[in-house]
Design a protein around this ligand. Structure first.
Ligand code: C5P
Length: 296
């Protein structure tokens, strides 16, 4: 039986602009996803007895059929109609925090689809994988590719875009405060923020147009996240955290997705790393703090 390992990266949203509630209960949105080389590891193997077995190093993550990794494997096996004669064993080594706004679970699901497709010698083409991904969650499609991308619809319609040089250099800081935010909860709060529920369309294309010849100064005003309204209201520490990084010289600082992770971008690694001890004095050392050098 065959086996392989796959790295499961995360993402941040440089922009997340919500455009209104849809009749299916989801929200129409436009977002600019940016892939981050920081994530989890997955080990996949096929077995000759039917069934899906998932193990995980993280005790807080259920490994039953509610787990996205399990659901992705089940969806794949059903789609290729070999659920009755092939089984899979998957180990997830979780390094990213949960309910973090980093797309960790979505990325795991996408890597399971890509990994099983490779192990079974590519029964599905990319279009079929995208169709399966969309049934698993709104962010899963993005992780079937590895470029920055504009996503529309409920987040599942992906158009890859080139990475702007300004995001090839410097340092990215990720901070998760130790508590998660429920994505459905964040979206449900939006009727109290009518201008955030019904954003002005076109901001994602404007941001990507500004990628060309961008400097930190020219790109910074395009960063935006509609969900900061409700999430910062409930968890003011997150807004304080983004303000802190800006005061320390970051050229952009925002919440990612529905939070709770916030990110900051520094022009040069030294400035970002110098801010670390001041940050830990102010916010403590119990959160998850990552410094990710950006390079091509
Ligand atoms: O698609 P996903 O499972 O990631 O979505 C989680 C929840 O976030 C949905 O059940 C929904 O409450 C909310 N959501 C939304 N509109 C979107 C994406 C997510 O309302 N475009």
């Amino acid at each position: 039986m065959a086996a392989l390992s796959r790295f499961s990266p995360c993402k941040i949203n440089l922009l997340l602009n919500i455009l209104g509630r849809r009749s299916d209960g989801f929200h129409e949105l436009e977002t600019v996803f940016f892939p981050i080389p920081c994530g989890d590891d997955l080990h996949l193997e096929t077995t000759d007895h039917p069934g899906i077995e998932v193990t995980c190093n993280h005790p807080g993550l259920p490994v039953d059929s509610s787990n996205l990794v399990y659901r992705a494997a089940a969806a794949f096996l059903n789609r290729v109609q070999c659920a009755s004669f092939v089984g899979v064993r998957i180990h997830l080594e979780k390094c990213l925090p949960l309910a973090a706004g980093l797309g960790g679970g979505s990325s795991n699901a996408a890597q399971v689809l890509l990994g099983l497709n490779e192990l079974m010698e590519h029964p599905l083409d990319l279009q079929a994988l995208h169709a399966l991904a969309a049934t698993l969650g709104s962010d899963v499609n993005f992780f079937l590719q590895d470029q920055p991308a504009i996503a529309t619809g409920r987040g599942e319609k992906i158009v890859s875009v080139p990475c702007p040089p300004v995001l090839h250099r410097g340092l990215l800081v990720l901070y998760h405060p130790g508590f998660g935010v429920s994505t459905p909860w964040a979206f449900k709060q939006l009727p109290r923020f009518p201008s955030l529920l019904n954003g002005r369309p076109g901001r994602a294309t404007e941001m990507v147009a500004a990628f060309q010849d961008a400097t930190p100064e020219s790109l910074a005003p395009h960063f935006f996240n509609s969900l900061e309204g409700p999430v910062f209201e409930k968890y003011p520490i997150l807004e304080l955290c983004t303000q802190f990084w800006l005061q320390q010289g970051a050229w952009a600082a925002r919440m990612s997705g529905s939070g709770s992770t916030c990110f900051a971008l520094f022009r040069d690694p030294e400035t970002g790393l110098r801010a670390r001890s001041a940050f830990e004095r102010t916010f403590g050392t119990t959160g998850w703090l990552q410094f990710v050098p950006l390079s091509r």
